[in-house]
Design a binder for this molecule. Structure first.
Ligand code: FAD
Length: 117
């Protein structure tokens, strides 16, 4: 499969979204992968929430951490995995409109990222 210029948009950034994004980047390192998440926290184990509520640990951010204690933030995904993550961004409307808006938005983000990273 050609991967240069391949753009993949993943909607939802809790467990399956970041997992899928990471897998795509391993298989197709040159693909441009973007995750959009309407909330503001990504890549956390929701299964751990009951332990937090129970008081097993007191920092909820632990649920986003790697085994060596690094938080899986949007910056982490961008710098370590090469995946762009847009939080507080909700996919609305029908798929055709979403894709055309995404492409316009994607080009703006790409230009901004190349200036700031
Ligand atoms: C208390 C609890 C205990 C659990 N225990 C276990 C367990 O023991 N074992 C197990 O295997 N699983 C468990 N799970 C389930 C496991 O955590 C889920 O399988 C996992 O959270 C699913 O992740 P997901 O990414 O598919 O979806 P979700 O967690 O549903 O996340 C979807 C994300 O997509 C975002 N989103 C949705 N629509 C849009 C949109 N239009 N635009 C932008 N963003 C959008 C949402 O904001 C959300 O953040 C548990 C879950 C909970 C809450």
């Amino acid at each position: 499969m050609p991967q240069k210029g391949l753009k993949i948009l993943i909607i939802g950034g809790v467990a399956c979204g970041p997992k899928a994004a990471s897998r795509v980047k391993r298989l197709l390192p040159n693909a441009d992968v973007t995750i959009i998440e309407k909330g503001n926290i990504i890549s956390y184990g929701a299964c751990g929430l009951p332990y937090y509520v129970e008081g097993f640990f007191n920092k909820i951010g632990i649920l986003t951490e790697t085994p060596i204690g690094i938080a899986r933030t949007p910056v982490f995904f961008e710098k370590v995995k090469g995946v762009v993550v847009l939080v507080r961004t909700e996919a609305l409307g029908n798929l055709k409109i979403l894709i055309s808006r995404f492409m316009a938005y994607y080009n703006i983000i790409k230009r901004q990222r190349s200036r700031t990273l």
